[in-house]
Design a protein around this ligand. Structure first.
Ligand code: HEM
Length: 325
């Protein structure tokens, strides 16, 4: 996948990566955001209803192999799983369509995003960095939040720790444009719903957990049997805003069953594979197109630039989550 030709966009992508480096420090070989993660493998099975929404190949086939990465938030590879900054948790799903052909879904466990545009997100991150250690109010971040209600709403949204990566719900956040076989177009947003139910911890019980409790729990859980999720698409209705990740659609919107995931195993050589793998927020597959949400093209550039840098770094020796096997 090449970088976009828009030089301004590429510069913004570089500035954002630089800002993550400033906030979290440089950790060569790791992601500047969602640094601590683990890869699993399994199978996607489409739902019968999904064929009416999209002609995408993984919906037309009986099943498709997947690789999935769960992650903590922040660019700190050793961030304890029970640190409040570890939320929202991340999910990235790769559908393997053929040799070197794939399409991805990326989501996180909070429904929404702090800003509509990447430029605003950069200003937000700069305000966070400029406020570190500042005691006189209003700090730069207080000023930013005072003039950006959508960012404030995201910051204030409850982000409880999950009891397990397998008991968290994840949101695709940015809308996609789905095309059916007869050319009908519908906008929708992914939701990845745990078959085990949503189970969160109180702040107190999270505090009592160990630094690797989520990664350890996942290893124990998958050894006993597959971890399952339902993928749904929340369908937009006429008039819903489809290019702004800060805007929620009404809860009454239809949730179309897209398919199910069964995750059966950890990926061998996890650290190496995590370092090599670059997920892509743009689907790049017939039947699913990006919406005009400005975050999508920018993030594709950010993740590609960041991923190339990660691949060039010396091999990281161990996974960040090796305490249980
Ligand atoms: C302008 C907006 C955003 C910026 C600048 C940004 C930045 C980043 C960066 C730098 C990475 C590391 C990429 C890599 O090295 O491969 C990353 C990963 C990630 N981001 Fe974002 N992000 C943005 C929006 C979002 C949104 C809206 C979501 C939720 C849907 C999200 C969820 C994730 C997840 C789950 C990962 C980990 C992917 C993986 O496992 O490889 N990000 N982000």
């Amino acid at each position: 996948m090449p970088l976009p030709s828009d030089e301004k966009l590429v510069q913004l992508a570089k500035d954002l990566i630089g800002q993550f480096d400033t906030l979290f420090g440089l950790h060569p070989g790791f992601r500047p955001a969602h640094a601590k993660g683990i890869l699993l493998s399994g199978t996607f099975t489409p739902s019968p209803q999904a064929a009416a929404l999209t002609r995408a190949p993984h919906i037309a086939r009986p099943s498709t192999p997947v690789t999935l990465r769960f992650s903590n938030s922040t660019g700190l590879p050793l961030l304890p799983d029970n640190d409040p900054n570890a939320d929202p948790r991340g999910i990235a799903i790769r559908f393997h369509l053929a040799e070197r052909a794939h399409t991805d879904i990326i989501g996180h466990s909070t429904d929404g995003f702090p800003t509509h545009t990447g430029q605003e997100f950069l200003e937000f991150l700069r305000a966070v960095a400029a406020s570190q250690g500042v005691k006189t109010s209003p700090t730069p971040i207080e000023k930013f939040l005072g003039s950006h209600p959508a960012t404030l709403a995201f910051i204030q949204a409850p982000k409880p720790s999950p009891a397990s990566f397998a008991t968290e719900q994840y949101y695709g956040v940015t809308a996609m444009r789905f095309l059916s076989r007869d050319g009908a177009a519908r906008y929708g947003r992914y939701r990845i719903v745990p078959a085990a139910g949503i189970v969160h911890l109180s702040a107190e019980s999270a505090k009592a957990k160990g630094a690797n409790f989520l990664f350890d729990e996942l290893a124990q859980r998958i050894a006993k049997g597959p971890i399952r999720f339902d993928i749904q698409v929340q369908l937009a209705e006429k008039g819903d805003v489809v290019d702004d990740a800060t805007i929620h659609w009404p809860d009454s919107r239809q949730l179309l069953p897209f398919g199910t995931l069964a995750l059966a195993a950890k990926v061998p050589d996890d650290a190496h594979e995590q370092q090599r793998t670059i997920f892509d927020p743009i689907p790049r597959v017939d039947g699913i197109e990006p919406s005009d949400d400005p975050l999508l093209e920018l993030r594709a550039a950010v993740y590609l630039l960041s991923g190339r840098r990660r691949r060039e770094a010396p091999e990281t020796q161990a996974s960040t989550a090796t305490s249980a096997d």
